[in-house]
Each structure stands twice: as structure tokens, then as C-alpha cells.
Design a protein around this ligand. Sequence first.
Ligand SMILES: Nc1ncnc2c1ncn2[C@@H]1O[C@H](COP(=O)(O)OP(=O)(O)OP(=O)(O)O)[C@@H](O)[C@H]1O
Length: 805
Amino acid sequence: MDEKSTKRAWIEDAENRKRAKSALATGAPTNFTSLAIVDLTEDDDNTRMAIVRPTPCYPGAPSSLYDVVGQYREPKDDDDDDLGDTQADTENIEFVASQAIMDMTQTQPFSQDMVCLRLKLHSLAERNLCRDSIEKFKQMGLYEIEFSLLSSVFTFGRDNFTTALVGKYERTSLDIVKLSKKHCVLECKEDATTKRTEVYITDTSTNGTKLNGERLVKGAPQVLRHDDKITLLSSQSGSVLLGYTVEDPHVIAANATVPASSSRNTKRHIQENVLGVLFSSPLVGRDALGGLHPIEELDLCREYDNLTQTLEEASKYAITKPDNSQGVIIMIYIKTRVVMLVPREIDLNVQFATSINFQTMMTLGCRALHFSGHGSPKCLYFEDQESAVHPMSTEELRRFHGGSSSPLRLVVVQACHSQYCATAFLACGIPHVIAVKVEERLEDQAAIVFTKNFYLGLGQGKSVAESFDIGRNSVATFPHLAHAAKVCKVYSAASKFQLLPEGNDHSEIIFPMIEMPLEDYQSQVPVTDRFPTIWSSKLPSVCQHFRHRETDQYYICAHFSMTNQSQRFVWIVGPAGVGKTQLSYSVARYLGARKYFPAGIKFVYVSKLADDDMATHNNNTISLGPRVFSAIKNRVQLWLSRAFDEQKSTSYFNGLLVLDGVDALLGREENDFMKWIETICTQYSSLRLIVTARKQVVSSVFQIHAGRMQHIHSFKPGQAVDLLRRLIGKQRSLQLSGLTKSPIWNIKNHPDPNINLSLVLEQHPALRQTQCLPQEIANLASQLIASPNVTMDDLVAKFGTNDNI
Ligand SMILES: Nc1ncnc2c1ncn2[C@@H]1O[C@H](COP(=O)(O)OP(=O)(O)OP(=O)(O)O)[C@@H](O)[C@H]1O
């Protein structure tokens, strides 16, 4: 790549990142107002809300409104010692899991970008590798490989592994030369007859590839299933030297059910070992006129994974104490006892940043506090009870404290424009505060690299100053970021991080190592799973690049979190492929992480059950409705009694039931179905319900149980282009020369070529053919990726030019 094209690539990359933050960047004001009483019932166009008056939200705030709006009750925790209460403690998330495993693999509808299979390095193969090689495998994407229709083909070959096996000895001991240059190919595609998304493996090697111990027929594709074992190299006795295990995320999700109280964390915590983590990702901000401004949801789950992996990694390495002066005489031998310096077991207290949670965290005490969220020069964006922004000003922040005996010594404010808030913490007497410089937006990659390296240092007993330098240097030298700064001539991302007060002594060690005799250290079993689970792996993940639904999601979350417990269900309605199912996933993940549903979450894929029923009855639709209805009733009843009756939590713990794609029940059964909804809502007062359907219904149940009809519309053209470009990513480029069918392709001449391209794309008939439905946009993206030489113009010619918008 010449310098010019590198520069273009980086500019494009920077643009992409800018677009990723578009919700904040495009005109959303930063002076959001605080809590408001909202009349959701009168707002069906989902655009504006009534605002009453801004209210401070902190314990003791002189406001009666707080009492009205803030009656939200945290789920009762009967274990007082349980600081880091885990979501897994109480969750009970299930899929409809009665079919055979084969069927279970696809109980969810598939989309282009949904991961349908994952290959994981075989445990025996992992055992053969040194730590450096494993790290290299991870870096090269060879440790875990995910397949979706968008990233469809993967080839295993000798070259991958020659680079990945760092130890020379490993290459010979594994006999890497026995691998062919192109050993086998894996491809994800839709089966023409069953319409299932499958991953096929085809052997292309000289020495053979084995599947479950059997050698594959060369050149013949074979479907992969959950738990299959792929062997690329084996020993003479047949054991796996290099190979992979196949995982189907849906099977794992379907089979993993944790009884409500099985893993209650009973550990006692010591304040000095606690790192408090405060996450904040409000969905919208409200301006002074009550206008809503969507805010892109942060990928806090990834950030949390990054943090926990780092702390776990840091805890694994002990060092020998250099000073041996503590030698003792043991029996008749004169022997120096080896003393180890062992990292402290840092405990996490993870909360979402509401004012109540923040005060609780301060009262319980922690040694360090990490805040991650959005911010403006004047405030941090906390979350209110309805998942909107609660702006936390510097003055308000100062009011939170843990009393004179608070062990808090360090605060890391990882948010844009956080310097002012950092000063609030300094004013509270916190000696070390790390912030991002005012006016600087924090690039996600920089934050991840900094967090990882900073906490690695802190976890290894290094001082604040040392850890900060390690974190900042890693950002400065991280290839991607360093290169971006060089090419785009922006100053280094590392200079955005500040350790305050500047010039003070930051040599304090926050989590000092513990001294321990070698024998005690060796007899210790490392504690795994010690961090609370916030985002359950059992919940379905939203599709890649899930976007532009923050406001819809806000309305649903706000509906459920209103203090009025009678607001029981939301009916999500919209055309096929508009994203109803994905929205329900997103709501479940958002509220699930915030412990809104301790009684559990259950998804029932009604449309899938209807399809399966049709397939078993030779597409006979007679009695389809009653059959599906009765199957659903049985399943739901089972779950309801487990979640509510057996847990004796009918009146207290909320649970969420999602009935996805209920259109098959909206024919003759509609009345019965609505009556049944009324019955279960009456019987289980803590049940919250999301129903998705293409059809809207009119029923008195909406009045009785304060149901909300949530209309989901197609994307706006600009959003459609945004999604298309994100999905295509770097996999291929879109050139103006391939967009001549856009009516403005030679008229629009925006000085920024990137914006120009988006504007031309917005008007292009191939984009308009998608009707801006996310599913159709994903299909368009996959067609473009699959055929790099096909232009958008060619796709119009293929499907005709009818303009649907
Ligand atoms: N907000 C979004 N952002 C990005 N992609 C989306 C979004 N919503 C949906 N998609 C894409 O569209 C696909 C279909 O979405 P989904 O299954 O939720 O649609 P649906 O409205 O439930 O359709 P149906 O009525 O057919 O069940 C997703 O798999 C995803 O690829």
C-alpha cells in the first residue's frame, strides 16, 4: 500500500469511528436535563416526550419528585455480605429447548451476521502449546474462529501455523510439515433445501483431515455440528496434536440453565481489595424542551470482559521476594525459606451508574473506582430509572462520599471530557485521579489498551504512577493507534490520559502484593469465576452492528421501569425484517444486566415453532394455530411455575417472557391468545411480557394491563447507509464509479469524499430496494461482500429499478 492509500484508509477509518459516535456527534446537545415524568401512553410516534422539571437525584435531594419517580426498588438481596452479587445468582434464562440437539442449533432465526458456529482450539492441542504460542494464536484469530454468513470462508493451512507456533521446537514436535499449504476449507452458507445456515468442512490436504476421528473424503464437504472434533494433526496413537472443537452458541445457550440460587456468591469482601466499577450507558438524553436524543450504547460487555481477563491474568503471576533475610532454621538443615510476593485477589463491585448505586458503592467502600461511560465537559452521564441520561454535575458528584474512613484512593474516569469531573473527585480528597483530557473524545481502542495495561500493572502490585505509565506507553506504541496518529497527524491518543493532580506524588501502591511462603503459595488453588456475571452468555446476543434503535429501546425500558407496577407488556409491531426480534434481545440484555428480571428471562420463538410444526405436518396449515398455541401454553406454564411459584417470588421478583413472532396465533386464535395473555398477567403480577408481531391487534388487554404498542419503522436512508457501510466494513470498497444509477452521483460534490459517498448511496436505487429494512440491508451487504466485482449498479439491473421509498 502506498502512502496515499494508507492515508486514505486511515482517514476512512477515522470517519468510521466518528460515525460510530454519530449519536453524540450529530447535534445531540450535551446539556441534557435530568429526570422527567413522562407520559408514555400518549406518545405513539416515538419522537417526543413531555418534560415536567429537572430534578437532582441523589439521596436526600430536596425534591418530592425524586420520591415519585425514584420509587424503583432494587431487587432484595437476602445476603448482606454479597457485595458483588452476580446476575447468574438469580437468572433463569431458557430457550425453548424441547427439540433434539440438531434442531436446537437453529431455534433462533438466522441473519447474515449472526455467529452460527465457533471453532475453539482443542484442549489437547492447547496443552501442546507454550504460553507465547497461545497468545499468538489469539492474536492471529486462530484460537477461536467464528462463522457467520458475512465472514463465510476460512482456510486452514501450514502457513497460518508456521507463524503462530512461536517455539521452533513446537513446529518440529508437532510435525507441522505434514500440514498441506491449503489443508482444509470451512465455509458458512445456507443449505438450498433446508434453508438452514450450515458450516461445511472440506478436506483439501495430502495427509488428511479427521472429523471425530474419521478421515474426511478429500474434496467432499461435510456439515459441522456442535461438539464435533476436527483433527488437523494427530499423534501415531491418534490423539489430537492440533485440532479444534466445534461449538454451536445456540446449543450452549439452550442447554445452560442455572437454577436460581445455585451459584450464590457467599464470599466476604474486604474493602481494601475491592475495585468498584461503575458503568453507564443511558439510551437517550433529554434536552430542556423534552426532546430525545439517542446515544449510542457503549460496548460495556466487551470492556468488562477486558477488565476481568486482565485482573485474572494479573493474579496468576507471583514473584519471589528478592530479600531473603527472613531465612529460618528448619530442623537440622539450615535452609532459607522462599517467600513469594503474591498478587492480591481483587474483588469487583460492579454497578450501573444510577445515583443510588453510586452512593451504595461509596458507603460499602472500595479501594479504587473505575467509571466508564459518556461525559460532557460539565458532567458525567449517569443513568436514571428509565435508562435516560441523568447528568451528574461536578457539584453533585462532590456530595457522594463514603465517610471519613473511606478506603477510596484512586478514581479512573473513563469518559469523554472527564477532566472536570476528575476535579470533583480531587476535591473530595481522592489523591489519584485518572481522566481523559477535556475536549478529547476517547477512542474505544485507546481506552481498551489503556485499561488492560493499567490494571495489569495495578493488579501486579505496581504503584499508580508506574501503572499509569505502562498504560499510556502501551497506547502510544499500540500499532493501530500509533500509526493512526502518525498518518493523520493527530496527536497521540496516549496524551489524552491524565494523572491528576499533576506533579503530585503518585507512588502509592493501591493493591499491594501479599507475602506468602512458597509452600503455601503452591498449595493454593487459583480461584476462577470470582467476578460477578453481568451480561449472561445465556442471553441471545444482538446482531453485529445493532444500531439506531436507542429511542425504541428507551420507550420499552422506560415502560417496564416505571414505578407503576401495572405496566405489564409491550407489543412490538413492524414489518418483516425491521428488527423486532433484535430489539427484544437488546432490551433483555440491557435490563437483564441491570438486574431488572431476577426471576429469569425466557424466549419463546413462536414463529419458529410454527415453521417446525408446518414442516412436520407437510405444510398443512389446518389447525396450525391451535397446535402451536397449545405447545406454547405448556412451555410457558412450566417456566412460569418454576420462575414464580417455586421461587415464591410471585409478588416481588420480576421476570421477562418474550413471545417472538406470534403472527401464527393472530388468526382465529387471536381472542383466545389475548385472553390467555390477560390471564397470565393477572396471575403473575411480576411478569413482564414482550410480544413481537408483524400484525397490530386491538384488545382490551392493553387497557387492563397497561400494554404499550411499540411501532418499529424502517431506517431512515442515512441510517440505512450507515448500517450498510458498517456491515461491509473493510471487506470491500464502494466506489462512486459503481453508483452511477444514483440520481445525484455526479451532482453531489461534498468536499469530504466520505460524506459525498454516503449521500450518493442514500439515493441509490439498490439501497432503496431494501426499503431501508435492516434485514434487506444485511442481505445487500452480503451480496456485495460475496462478489467483490459486482457494483451496486449491477444489483439494480438484476432486480429492476422500482423505487420503493
Ligand atoms: N437495529 C438493527 N441494526 C442492525 N441490523 C439489524 C437491526 N435490526 C435488525 N437487523 C438485521 O435484520 C435482521 C432481521 O432482524 P429481526 O429478526 O429482528 O427482524 P424481525 O422484525 O423480527 O423480522 P420477522 O418479522 O421476519 O421475524 C437481523 O438478523 C439483523 O441482521
